[in-house]
Design a protein around this ligand. Structure first.
Ligand code: SF4
Ligand code: SF4
Length: 663
């Protein structure tokens, strides 16, 4: 082995030793996290996730700017392959891919490396231009370290690639590299040839500089945003599969628990801590967050970034032998306002390339304040009390829950005992004036279509969605258990509800409590009835309207086409679309219990969404959620707009249904 080879070997071993020591600390910190639900089920689907979302970068590429990351990702892989070959070639005389795999494979690696590295240079220039000139929302940050770190890494990669072309160019001159497989390096060779006296020494200097930067990079990774190189792949593999709309069930039976919810780092599960290593600092969550975009304190990126910085700064006490007594996360790391700003709309979950689970973390923090500290926004106090006493968020008595149905002769489950469809009316359908109109429309449509249905009437209680997302898991579980007990008394095949929050709760959260049923949103059942010809002759006078996707319907539960198909089956309806629609719809501002809280900071989310609808020139706004309906009506009132109407899809269907009682 040459002297160079020996020095390289010693350096390589030293760098790998430091790297593994740091990685070991990171893993030890993860192991201090709490247990997580099973993340090793459905291995096939998990492997597929890695292929689709890591190798093919599907989420990254869902936005045009993602092309830059795609190029850098694959470019870096091939640059690393070239680096490994060169370093091993310095240590083991005669080592090369050509010797190992033959000319073809070595040539393909060299060619891909050459072309991709050039594209990476272009991507870096574009990225710097975006960051410093275009300044998109997603790259906004009040932490200068984020910007410095990103720029430093990009500059390092840029220099690394120039050095690589220098090395390969010299290699071409010395007949060590085939220029046919290195077209960009061949240009570099042309620039070097004749200008450099000792090409061998030139190649050696460039190689050393290149490899030293790689070594520095290896040690720097765990302390920079590029820790995601280590965290993102396992995070994608271990992602939450299935419906994103479920929150983790809390166990109140554990009598040894000193607190409920999460207040410091070691309260989080190991997967929640891994999330912190996985963040690429791309800011996509921030650019989709309705709270951030309307000027609130919350930025989901900042929440994750601050938690990671906190974890890194607490590494020493965390890993010391004594019991960890770290700072309380709220308000030291995440502000109190940020915690309550979240509408749990899931836009961040939808966008995040490494599948970080922001919403569960935010609700976990809320749970601590509500359940352990009894500290929450004062507007939530009467809401919780009403839910406890009246089983609805308003101050209406529970005995009045079925008053909306007076004069309609609505069948009660307690009378029928057995029926096909349980119509879950929900709190808004029972007590809110506009919600009651939707409930009445639903009953008329179900009756016309000849559906064998019943309601629970005064036996129905709030589904628990708002309480759960506001952090009051104890109250939510009381309501859930009681509703399940009631529903078990009756025999029915399906549940239908016009409320996406109730739909999400009944469909994906009640199973956590042992209750499984086929649950439909009213758009699904009504469309089915139309297709079966049970609701027909649907027409209205020519009218245009824009459909708004509720987050808990479209984004969380994939009910996207059915409301649109329903509306399009009505002659005369001209359906318009928001720019931000379907899975990328913009929240109305009411989810996550925000319906019941004041919104004082920044612009109101509902007004921002109303502005979008008005900009589209819509005469009506079609909704499929009572919360969205309230938010749009309030937004229009705030804008003194009396022309635009907000209508639930059931209301327009009833108005359109010419077959009246012929159904
Ligand atoms: S759930 Fe919605 S409001 Fe909450 S952090 Fe994510 S994007 Fe923002
Ligand atoms: S949390 Fe996800 S979407 Fe947000 S900055 Fe990090 S990687 Fe990007």
């Amino acid at each position: 082995m040459s002297v160079q080879g020996i020095i390289m070997l010693v350096l390589l071993l030293a760098v790998l030793a430091v790297f593994f020591l740091v990685a070991r600390r990171l893993i030890r910190a993860l192991m201090l996290g709490q247990p997580e639900e099973n993340r090793l089920d459905s291995i096939g689907e998990r492997i597929k996730s890695v292929v689709v979302f890591v190798a093919a970068q599907a989420r990254v590429l869902s936005q045009p700017a993602g092309l830059g990351h795609f190029v850098i990702f694959w470019g870096f892989i091939f640059i690393t392959l070239g680096t490994i070959e060169h370093i091993l070639g310095m240590i083991v005389s005669g080592f090369s891919y050509r010797a190992l795999f033959g000319d073809g494979v070595a040539g393909v690696i060299s060619f891909c490396q050459d072309i991709l590295a050039f594209l990476v240079l272009v991507a870096i220039v574009v990225s710097v231009f975006r960051r410093f000139v275009l300044k998109p929302v997603r790259l906004e940050t009040d932490d200068p370290k984020v910007k410095i770190d990103a720029t430093f890494i990009l500059a390092l990669i840029f220099v690394l690639i120039l050095l690589m072309y220098g090395m390969k160019g010299a290699g071409i001159i010395m007949d060590e590299v085939d220029p046919g497989y290195a077209p960009v390096s061949a240009i570099a060779a042309g620039m070097i040839e004749g200008r450099v006296g000792n090409v061998e020494a030139f190649e050696s200097y460039f190689a050393w500089a290149h490899h030293l930067i790689i070594f520095f990079f290896l040690i720097y990774i765990p302390f920079s945003k590029h820790i995601h190189i280590l965290g993102a792949i396992p995070n994608v593999f271990l992602r939450k599969l299935g419906n994103k709309g479920t929150l983790r069930r809390m166990d109140f039976e554990d009598e040894s628990a000193e607190k409920f919810g999460k207040s410091n780092l070691t309260d989080f599960t190991w997967k929640q801590l891994l999330d912190l290593y996985a963040c690429t600092e791309c800011g996509r969550c921030q650019a989709a967050c309705p709270a951030y975009l309307t000027g609130k304190t919350l930025s989901p990126f900042k929440v994750i970034h601050n938690l990671r910085e906190h974890l890194m700064s607490e590494m020493k006490p965390l890993l010391s032998d004594g019991e960890y007594q770290g700072e309380q996360i709220v308000p030291e790391v995440v502000s109190d306002e940020s915690m309550w700003d979240c509408t749990t709309c899931g836009a961040c979950l939808q966008e995040c390339p490494p599948f970080i689970e922001h919403v569960q973390a935010i609700v976990d923090l809320r749970r601590y304040f509500v359940l352990t500290e009894a500290s929450f926004p004062q507007e939530a106090q009467p809401v919780f009390r009403n839910m406890e006493v009246n089983y609805n968020p308003w101050a209406f008595g529970y005995a009045d829950r079925a008053n909306w149905s007076e004069g309609l002769d609505v069948p009660l489950a307690s009378d029928k005992k057995s029926f096909d469809v349980l119509y879950w009316v929900g709190c808004a359908g029972s007590f809110d004036d506009r919600g009651k109109e939707v409930a009445r429309a639903m009953v008329k449509l179900l009756t016309r279509a000849g559906v064998d249905f019943a309601i629970l009437g005064t036996e129905e209680k709030c589904c628990g969605d708002s309480a759960r997302r506001l952090g009051n898991e104890y109250l939510a579980q009381m309501l859930i258990d009681s509703n399940i007990e009631t529903m078990r008394k009756y025999s029915f095949k399906r549940i239908v509800t016009a409320c996406p929050h109730g739909y999400n709760a009944l469909k994906v959260e009640y199973p956590q409590f042992g209750f499984e049923a086929e649950v439909l949103h009213h758009s699904q059942l009504l469309l089915e009835l139309i297709r079966e010809g049970k609701l027909k002759d649907l027409s209205v006078e020519k009218s245009s309207g824009i459909y708004h996707d509720s987050c808990y319907l479209g984004r969380y539960n994939d009910v996207i086409d059915q409301p649109r198909d329903l509306l399009e089956s009505i002659r005369g309806v001209e359906l318009r679309e928001f720019d931000r629609k379907k899975k990328r719809s913009f929240c109305c501002g009411a989810g996550g219990g925000r319906m019941w809280l004041e919104e004082t900071a920044g612009e109101r989310i509902n007004e921002s969404r109303v502005d979008e609808a008005l900009a589209e020139g819509a005469g009506q706004i079609f909704t499929a959620c009572p919360f969205c309906m309230t938010m749009f009506e309030d937004g229009l009132k705030a804008k003194d707009n009396e022309e635009v109407q907000v209508r639930d899809i059931a209301e327009i269907l009833l108005a359109a249904n010419q077959n009246g009682d012929s159904g």
